[in-house]
Write a protein that binds this ligand. Structure first.
Ligand SMILES: [Zn+2]
Length: 183
């Protein structure tokens, strides 16, 4: 019994003591002791897709998100570290009904954007998904009549903009035969 208790006590001391003793100073020393740890690029260093690759984990360690995440996930994490909401996850303005003169703006960095309307106030009706794109940015909810407009915030010279995407053309609807002044 005595032996067992001693063993437990030793084990406990070994497990707890280093964590207690490790102060700020030793942490700095430990960091510096790793000579060629690659610098993690911050948000402003990201210029191309190739910059969105992490350094990976040091041998013998489990990688953290910032070490191993790549691509858009990495961009999102880097943004969060600096308080930048890369994907703009805030809900749309549901404090008022959008009108043609004053539509609810939907920011988009891509060719098209879907927005879910639940009416005013929010959750007044079931969600209805509205599709907007750069050629036809304005859409109206068929349930509550709220008007939404896509605000393009992506790159201007991405070579995709005004040309029809890969030769694809939107199928014609009755709206195409309505006089433009009724649009
Ligand atoms: Zn609606």
């Amino acid at each position: 019994m005595f032996l067992q208790r001693t063993a437990v006590a030793v084990a406990r001391r070994a497990a707890v003591a280093p964590a207690l003793r490790r102060g700020i100073a030793t942490t700095v020393v430990r960091r510096n002791a790793v000579p060629d740890q690659p610098k993690i690029k911050t948000l402003k260093d990201i210029k191309t897709e190739e910059d969105l690759v992490g350094p990976g984990a040091r041998p013998g360690t489990v990688p953290t998100d910032i070490e191993q995440a790549t691509g858009l996930e990495r961009l999102e994490i880097l943004g969060k570290m600096e308080g930048v909401d890369v994907f703009d996850m805030r809900p749309l303005d549901a404090s008022r009904l959008g009108t043609l003169d004053n539509p609810v703006l939907v920011r988009s960095a891509g060719e098209e954007q879907y927005a879910g309307c639940t009416g005013v106030p929010a959750d007044s009706h079931n969600v209805i998904w509205l599709r907007m794109d750069r050629q036809r940015p304005v859409e109206r909810c068929p349930e509550c009549g709220s008007v939404y407009k896509m605000e393009y915030v992506g790159p201007q010279d991405d070579g995709h903009g005004h040309d029809h995407h890969h030769g694809w053309e939107e199928p014609k609807t009755f709206a195409d035969y309505v006089k433009p002044e009724y649009w």
